[in-house]
Ligand binder design. Structure first.
Ligand SMILES: Cc1cc2nc3c(=O)[nH]c(=O)nc-3n(C[C@H](O)[C@H](O)[C@H](O)COP(=O)(O)OP(=O)(O)OC[C@H]3O[C@@H](n4cnc5c(N)ncnc54)[C@H](O)[C@@H]3O)c2cc1C
Length: 278
């Protein structure tokens, strides 16, 4: 059965009563089916205008779950969102960016989801709504593993919430694939660097994707960078030891060894790029 509610209330009560699966932009949903037809009930949430779009709240930025990557690219956002915008431009092709949504990318929970590292470095939370209520979780906790999240089947991811703490920080996103365009990453890095009036790093956040079951923050590296002068050469403070939270695998795209080596270069470059943007 195919159902297309027009309000969030209707959607969550349909999910509760039918146990249906959610369809948003369909850019992960349909490829995952291959030649098969969907089984059971499909609840198409693409008409829920109330969970689409980006708004600036007093203490956070709210990105509606149904916001497409094209909308992220086109929205005026503070500088710390540059990495997210760069990632949005790397999600598949323009056609995919027009259909694919932020929540779909997070709920699909691919280790190679381009939206995840930039949202991890923005300390994003996700808001989930079901017929029985609303809850909020840090994104890092929500992503429980390869294709696994803490979402209950009757919950809709209605928004991503980003605290407005480091809006003027420089940020960047780098993606390495086997070709330039329309590619699944071998490794990707998002970084944010904030400095004080003396040019010292007050906050640094770095996340690497495609090198573990879910993208990982490099907290030891972040601590190392704080207090250092944000000058060219800062990237050389990154050592192999800082990548220890990663657990890359060998697969068709790259060997684990190549991934680790490439990630070290990407992280160093990302830090240098942030410094250049301050
Ligand atoms: C050709 C191609 C290239 C691609 N390239 C990339 C790429 O480079 N980088 C990348 O990261 N991704 C890529 N993707 C994957 C995909 O486009 C993105 O992950 C996209 O953001 C998914 O969003 P969607 O709205 O299409 O999700 P859907 O396909 O509609 O849904 C995906 C999953 O999330 C669930 N879901 C969707 N919305 C919600 C919600 N609001 N609440 C709860 N559950 C929900 C669905 O039930 C489903 O399980 C590509 C896909 C294709 C087909």
């Amino acid at each position: 059965m195919y159902l297309k509610p027009t309000t969030l209330n209707e959607a969550v009560s349909l999910l509760a009563s039918t146990g249906g699966q959610i369809l948003a932009g369909g850019t992960d949903f349909y490829p995952a089916l291959g030649e098969r037809l969907p089984q059971g009930t499909v609840v198409d949430i693409s008409a829920l205008k109330e969970i689409r779009g980006i708004s600036m709240q007093e203490d956070h930025v709210r990105i509606g779950g149904l916001t497409t990557w094209t909308e992220v690219i086109r929205s005026p956002l503070p500088r710390c969102f540059d990495a997210l915008k760069q990632a949005a431009r790397e999600v598949g092709s323009v056609q995919i960016q027009n259909r694919g949504t932020v929540a779909g990318n997070l709920c699909n929970a691919s280790p190679a989801a381009d939206g995840v590292p930039p949202l991890l470095v923005l300390d994003a939370d996700v808001e989930l709504v079901s017929a029985s209520g609303k809850r909020r979780l840090p994104l890092a906790q929500f992503l429980a593993g390869n294709r696994k999240t803490l979402r209950r089947p009757d919950e809709v991811l209605v928004a991503v919430l980003i605290p407005r703490r480091i809006e003027s920080a420089a940020s960047t996103f780098l993606k390495l694939g086997a070709r330039k365009y329309l590619v699944i990453s071998i490794s990707m890095v998002a970084a944010v660097v904030q400095t004080d009036a003396d040019g010292l790093v007050t906050e640094a956040r770095v996340a690497v994707g495609s090198c573990s079951a879910t993208a990982r923050r490099l907290f030891e590296l972040e601590k190392t960078l704080v207090g250092l002068p944000a000058k060219p050469g800062l990237g050389s403070s990154v050592s192999e030891m800082h990548l220890s939270p990663l657990s890359p695998i060998d697969d068709v795209r790259a060997t684990a060894e190549y991934r680790r080596d490439a990630s070290l270069t990407l992280v160093r470059r990302a830090i240098e790029l942030c410094v250049g943007r301050l």
